[in-house]
Design a protein around this ligand. Structure first.
Ligand code: E4P
Length: 215
């Protein structure tokens, strides 16, 4: 399973990119609003840092508007991935971009049928939202398992991005469920690095080393 960063904060992307594991970035309108910046500027900066797909979400509700917004984003780089909500209009736009070889990420997926439809319309990625299902007392990870099973069974090349990830356990579960990618907030990625026994181990090695040098 690959790691994407789910943020519109350029500094977080720059930092994680240095860790050597960053395979892509997803943004959404709420994350962009939180960054307090103009989206086109942020997107251009992200594309200059990341060597992988960068999702930029369209705001139109109609296919034609989605296509116009998406084509503008797509001119910036071949890494741009047009993020499109799971609606009938969205499916039409996905089909359009698929024919043109432009990557798409169908977002706000909450059922296996939605994922299957998006894939058949030509989506490069689908984003099932795990945490938001958990929030309404449905097992979000079961959706990842279902979609992974269906895509595998029917040889569907669309990649699954486990989205709305809230904590490190979600990440392990998504990997075990067969997700190709998990898109993570910076905080979760940072939490995943840490283990108290790692910290203790480093302290102990250092103390032993210093004692040995004292002779
Ligand atoms: C994914 O592409 C979305 O940007 C994101 O994962 C949504 O997460 P949230 O439910 O924590 O807002």
């Amino acid at each position: 399973m690959k790691f994407f960063l789910d943020t519109a904060i350029v500094d977080e992307i720059r930092q994680v990119n240095e860790w050597g594991l960053l395979a892509g970035v997803t943004t959404n309108p709420s994350l962009v609003a939180k960054s307090g910046r103009v989206f086109e500027e942020v997107l251009t900066e992200i594309l200059a840092i990341v060597d992988g797909p960068v999702s930029a979400e369209v705001m139109s509700r109609e296919a034609q508007g989605m296509i116009e917004e998406g084509e503008k984003f797509a001119r910036l780089s071949e890494n741009v991935t047009i993020k499109i909500p799971m609606t009938i209009e969205g499916l039409k736009a996905v089909h359009h971009f698929s024919k043109k070889g432009i990557k798409t990420n169908v977002t706000l997926i909450f059922s296996a049928n939605q994922a299957l439809m998006a894939a058949r319309a030509g989506a490069t990625f689908v984003s099932p939202f795990v945490g938001r299902l958990d929030d309404i007392s449905q097992e979000g990870m079961q959706l990842i398992e279902q979609v992974a099973t269906i895509f595998d069974m029917h040889d569907i090349p669309t990649e699954i991005i486990a989205a709305s990830i809230r904590h490190p356990m979600h990440v392990t579960q998504a990997a075990l469920a067969g997700s190709h990618i998990a898109t993570l907030p910076y905080k979760v990625l940072e939490q995943m690095v840490r283990h108290p026994l790692t910290d203790q181990g480093i302290e102990k090695f250092e103390a032993d080393w210093k004692n040995a040098l004292k002779g």
